[in-house]
Each structure stands twice: as C-alpha cells, then as structure tokens.
Design a protein around this ligand. Structure first.
Ligand SMILES: [Zn+2]
Length: 635
C-alpha cells in the first residue's frame, strides 16, 4: 500500500504517516488476548490482531456467494470455508467485526451452534463455531452492516460519472473481517472463488481473474488460484470500463476517466519487464489497475492482479507513476512473501519501496530515482522528528499489540526499511545483493514470514556471495533499535542542487525567472515548495502564485505541497483552493499534513473544522479516523 509520503505514499498508504496517537485499543485487549492464547498450542498463535487459532484448524480455501445491496448498504450471502482441522479441534475461531450471522452449518453434520466472544472496538469479536474432528467445510450465512469499516458506499455524486453508485473495499490491515467472516491474519493464506451479484448496470471486480465486459444478468464469477492472506481480499462495484495496455496489463476506470488513465499508465509493461528481469517471474497472471473515485484513502492498494489506485496520480504527464511501480513491486514483496503479522510490516513496505526505486531507476534512469530517494530521506527525517528519535515506534520491528495496526503504517516501515536495504546493497555490491533478493523471493514464495526468519536467511545466505557485507551494516541496530544509524545512506541529486541555487537566487535578487521552473519535474517542484523560506510574506506567495498558477495546479502532489505552504504562511487567496481540495479528495497522505498544519493555530483549526464538517461524510473510515484525531473531532 502506498499511504505515505510523496514517493512513499504508502500507497500505500501516503498512507500517511502514522496516526501518531497512542493507540485506540484499551489495554485490556492485549492482556485478554494473552490469556486466550495461553494454550498448549499457543506458540504458533503469534498475531495479536486476530482471534483466529490457525494452529488448531486453518482455512485453506474460501468460496463466497454474496449479493451487494446498495439500498441497505449490506453485503450478504454465504461464506464456505474449507478447513484443515490440524489439531482435531472442536471449535473453529474466526474474526468478525460488524457482521451478523444467521446460520452456520457443517459439511458432515448440517446446522451447528456458534457464539460471538466479547467485542473489542478495534479487533471486533471472535466468531466461535462448533465443529468436529472430521469437519472439512463450514458454511456461514452472514450479512455485513452499513458501518463495515472496509467498505465505502459512494453516492452517484461522489463519482466522476455522477449517475451510478460505487462501492470499494480496503481490507488492509484488519478490515477484511468487516465484510467476510474469516481468519483475518496475514499468517494464514488461502485460495478463493466467488459469485457476486450486483445491480445489472454495474461491473464487479475482485483481486482475482476479472471480467472485461458487463455481464448480462449482474452475476460475476471469480477465482483466485494462488493462496493469499486475508488483507488482499478486495471487491469493487461500479460503472467502469476496461482499456488494454498490453498483453498482460490493462486499466479499469469510470468511462469519463478511461482515456486519460490508459495514456498515463503506458509504461506498465516496461515496469513489469524490468521487475521480472531483477527479481524473477511475475507469478499472478495479469496485472491490471483499477482507478477509483477520489475518496479512496490511499495512493494505491496492491490487491493481487488488480491494483486499486487513486485518481490523484493521473497528472497528464506520467510524473506520478512511481506509485504504480510501488504497487507492482508488491507482487513480489508483500503478496508473494508476506509479513506474518503487522509488527513485521516493514518486510512488506520497506522491501517494496526499495523495489519501487529499482524499477524507477531501470525505466527512467538513476538521476530520476535518486530524486525519489532524497524525497524519501526528507520524509523519514520529518517522521523521526515527529515521533521523537528514541521512540519505540522508530524501530523497524514494531510493537503494535493492544493498538490499531494502522498506527504502524508510518514512514518508518517504508523509508527506514528502504534505507536498510539500500545500505545492504551498498555493503554487498549490487550484483550480490540482487542475487540474494532474487533467491529470497524464490525461497519464501507464497509464504508468510517474520523478521527473525528474514534475518536468519540473510545471515546464512548473503555472506556466501558477499563475505564482508554484514560486518558493515549493524542489522540489529537497524531493526531492533530506534532512530537511524549514523551510517545510513544519504543520497544526493544534482537536479535538486540546481533547485537550491534557484531558490537562493530568488532570495538574493527578488526576481523570479520563470523559464527555469518550466522544465522542472514534479519532484523538483516538490523539493522547491518544501524548501521555501519560512515565513514567507503574502506578497512573495502572491508572486509565486501569479508566476506559476500554483493554486490552480492540476498535479495533486504539487497542489498539496503548495497548499501546505499557503497554510503555514497564512496566504488567504489560496484558501478557496484548499477547501475545494479537501472536500473532493480523500487520500490520507494529502489530508493528514494539511489538517495537521491547520490545527497548529486556533484560527486554522477553526477553518479546518468548518471544512471537515462538510468533507467528512465523503472520506473513507480510515481517513476519517486519522483526521478525527488531529482535530479532536467527536461524531
Ligand atoms: Zn506499499
């Protein structure tokens, strides 16, 4: 996911930096769970964010038969879970949150009894089903509730077309349980098949083999033959059309956006080829991208076979496609080799940012990718300052027990993770490091692993090709320690140095040469806007706005950076653009810093709350939860 910062929208997420706050789950959760886990088989139950007991009985395949009802805002139907009853268990533990269950039956016995455990505000409640040692399949008839946190139901006016409603899900990290009863932990992988019934004029898409045409009866069938973790379960329903990019790839978007999306993503086939060259074959069949309406809370989400992406990356000049490189990279780091719980999130995201940089370098050149690396370092330094350099949350190996795992989705997992892999590359030499990574993806393909497994494999394998490498990088300090080691790589960019010179010249002469910035890429603009003198008089802000039409920028990254400067310098003429942006875009990477900047002064906070009152209903729950905290908002 690209949520995090510019390059690192975490896609996710972007996913902007961690929510900062100290966790929303009461302390009792952790201890309660510790008790529940205190069983002979407990050793294998290592995910503090799941009630499942996969060491006793584990789900291997899911078969869904569901109806999507826009009127009642419910998804309802049946989930058939094929299980392996490893320990001859008499109960199957599933995760659920805001789900109603009407009936459960077993393949070998007919109807059976079930109960819900105690409710936790973040984790939901365990669904405990009575089974038998010989049970192979469990049928759960259920319905999601309108408030299901993974699901966003959009009214027609929230779409580009304006005529039809739209639905999409965002299951990562632990929200799959709000629309499907399952073992919602990345430690469990399963294959799935699905039948989905939707209104006849809409198309349904999943993280699976997908249709390219409307069905005649509103019924769609899906299969996902590769085993995936639950957070990659995804569904979208809307008025979308398909455009082909190449033999293996294509784009889905609302018809009004399709041509622009196809033009923007022309380099995807080249990116796939570059990644296969580096890290081995793409193992998921097709790679398609679905462009969602603007309320999508992340830059992108790496749902297998079908990346979900924000429309804010369509800039008209392919300047924001590193997000696609990031999501594509997850086809290796994350989807193929997966973190087994959310404390090891950096195994997904740090590796993915590293792969993303390598893809961008292969397709667009080293000068280009080094600009991304510098932006990443800036974002990381800001995050370290925000969290406090000694904070436990700056370890790569996180400790999220008792908290919402969303709290761990910060720049640390993304960019500190990236710089560790870059440090290892520099210590081992590129060829040895590339050979190691390729063998790592091959060795752990379709497995969920933790940090300890990675470190053990690294120590066993890397020295075979690069005997001295691990003496130069203090792995333990990087992973199990705060802040950044002194020796962390510090990229440089001649292009950014020229931007610095331009800024210095403007400050000393007071005149703006408009010819130079006309040649800048988005990255150079970001570097420029992030390094404006502070404070900057309104007159100077007006000069910039007049010269470069920044308040009218159609590039979401440039506009967001400009609006940030406008808030910090109280530049009133940009405030209508700010309000427009915040009420039409739901991507958390942009919302979080803008609302945070507003909240720094009483007047700004007042303005932020007024805008938020209008905007909140259009945001996905994961964005709203973050902004609620920044503004102290109570529903
Ligand atoms: Zn990601």
């Amino acid at each position: 996911m690209r949520a995090i910062e510019w390059s690192y929208w975490l896609v996710f997420f972007g996913l902007a930096l961690a929510c900062g706050g100290a966790g929303t789950t009461p302390d009792k959760t952790a201890s309660d769970q510790a008790e529940q886990r205190d069983s002979p088989a407990g050793a294998a139950r290592s995910d503090p964010h799941s009630f499942a007991r996969p060491d006793e009985a584990v789900v291997r395949h899911l078969d869904l038969d569901i109806t999507v009802d826009f009127e009642s805002q419910r998804i309802y139907g049946e989930a058939v879970l094929s299980i392996d009853n490893l320990a001859q268990a008499s109960q199957l533990y599933l995760d659920s949150r805001d789900l109603d269950v009407s009936r459960v039956s077993l393949d070998n016995e007919g109807e059976t009894t079930f109960r819900f455990g105690e409710e936790d505000p973040v984790l939901g409640r365990p669904l405990v089903i009575d089974i038998q040692p010989q049970t192979r399949a469990v049928h759960v008839e259920y319905s999601s509730r309108p408030q299901a946190a993974a699901v966003q139901w959009l009214a027609p006016e929230q779409t580009a077309g304006g005529e039809h409603p739209f639905l999409f899900t965002q299951s990562q990290a632990i929200l799959a349980r709000t629309w499907i009863p399952l073992q919602d932990t990345p430690a469990v992988r399963m294959t799935y098949s699905a039948t989905v019934r939707v209104p006849r004029e809409l198309m349904a898409l999943m993280s699976a083999e997908n249709p390219t045409q409307l069905s005649t009866d509103g019924v769609y069938h899906f299969t996902m033959p590769q085993a995936i973790p639950s957070y990659l379960m995804a569904l979208a329903v809307g008025d979308v059309a398909f455009g082909e990019l190449g033999p293996k790839s294509g784009v889905y978007a609302e018809p009004a956006l399709l041509d622009r999306a196809v033009a923007e993503f022309q380099d995807i086939e080249a990116m796939i080829a570059a990644t296969e060259e580096l890290y081995g074959p793409y193992q998921w069949g097709r790679y398609d991208v679905l462009v969602l309406p603007p309320s999508f809370p992340f830059g992108g989400m790496e749902n297998p076979r079908l990346t979900f992406a924000t429309p804010t990356i369509i800039a008209g000049d392919r300047s924001l496609v590193s997000l696609i490189a990031h999501e594509l990279a997850h086809s290796w780091s994350g989807n193929l080799v997966t973190n087994s719980n959310w404390d090891d999130f950096w195994l997904n995201e740090g590796f993915t940012v590293y792969l993303e940089q390598r893809i961008m370098e292969a397709v667009y050149g080293r000068d280009y990718s080094e600009m991304l690396a510098i932006l990443a370092r800036q974002e990381l330094d800001n995050t370290l300052e925000e969290l406090g350099p000694e904070s436990r949350d700056t370890w790569l190996h996180l400790d999220l027990a008792g908290r919402d795992p969303d709290d761990g989705m910060t720049d640390i997992a993304y960019n500190k993770g990236y710089f560790l892999l870059r440090a290892l590359e520099e210590a081992a030499g590129r060829q040895s490091w590339d050979d190691f990574l390729k063998s790592y993806f091959d060795h752990f393909a379709f497995q969920s692993i933790d940090t300890e497994k990675f470190v053990a494999y690294l120590k066993a394998e890397l020295p075979k090709n690069a005997p001295q490498a691990l003496e130069k990088v203090d792995i333990e300090a990087w992973i199990y320690g705060p802040n950044l080691p002194e020796t962390a790589p510090r990229p440089t960019s001649p292009a950014f140095e020229k931007v610095d010179q331009y800024l210095a010249q403007w400050q000393s002469t007071g005149t703006l040469d408009t010819a130079v910035p006309a040649q800048w890429s988005t990255h150079e603009w970001l570097h420029f806007l992030r390094h404006l003198p502070s404070p900057l008089a309104s007159e100077k802000m007006a000069n910039l706005d007049e010269a470069f039409q920044l308040s009218q920028s159609g590039n979401s990254e440039i506009l967001a950076a400009w609006l940030q400067a406008a808030i910090e310098n109280q530049y009133e003429p940009a405030m209508p653009a700010l309000e427009h942006f915040l009420t039409t875009v739901g991507r958390r990477k942009f919302l979080k810093p803008l609302y945070t900047a507003l909240a720094k002064t009483p007047e700004g906070k007042e303005r932020g709350r007024k805008i938020y009152a209008k905007a909140r209903g259009g945001y996905h729950s994961v964005s709203a939860a973050t902004i609620d905290e920044i503004l102290g908002w109570e529903e």
